[in-house]
Design a protein around this ligand. Structure first.
Ligand code: CTP
Length: 153
């Protein structure tokens, strides 16, 4: 019989931290179900993604470790999915430590260490620096510097 592992996430701007946790979770069993948060669920959580749900789900679906990708549409669905997919292990990164302990009567619950130094939030901040307004500000600063340098030529 298959040992099923279940996890959820938004997986916006898919990065190596996402890949690491999914690969590590897969080692807890032999069938990994990944719930990807839909755009409307993220809206409810006050989270806005750069990549739309369909593409985020497709990227996760393309991973070797992911056996099944499902939409995550509500907080309440975890208990339902655990029963539906006969889940043995529910796992999340340790930023969620303790938050899903109420699932312990239904399956094993694990919180794994996050990969240091990367997150979708940080990537979004880095991208923001490259938006039009910031580029215009950088250009203005560069023009000012070159006009100062010219005075010394
Ligand atoms: N995760 C991880 N290591 C990272 C980033 C995320 O292990 N460096 C894990 C999270 O703990 C979670 C899963 O990846 O179990 C999906 O997390 P998600 O919230 O989609 O990714 P983040 O990059 O943390 O996004 P954000 O910054 O928007 O919270």
């Amino acid at each position: 019989m298959k040992r099923v592992v279940l996890t959820y996430g938004t997986f916006d701007l898919f990065h190596v931290g996402h890949l690491n946790i999914l690969n590590r979770l897969k080692q807890y069993g032999d069938y990994l179900v990944v719930g990807v948060s839909t755009d409307s669920f993220n809206e409810k959580k006050g989270k806005k993604t750069i990549i739309p749900f369909h593409d985020r789900a497709e990227i996760v679906r393309g991973l070797k470790c992911a056996d099944l990708v499902i939409p995550e549409e509500s907080w309440e669905q975890k208990k339902i999915d655990i029963e539906k997919y006969n889940v043995s292990v529910f796992g999340m990164g340790h930023d969620w430590e303790g938050r899903f302990d109420e699932l312990k009567p239904y399956c094993e619950v694990v919180y794994l260490p996050r990969t240091d130094g990367i997150s979708s939030t940080d990537l979004k901040k880095a991208l923001k620096v490259l938006d039009n307004k910031h580029i215009a500000e950088l250009k203005k600063a560069l023009d000012l510097i070159s006009s100062i340098v010219e005075k010394f030529e």
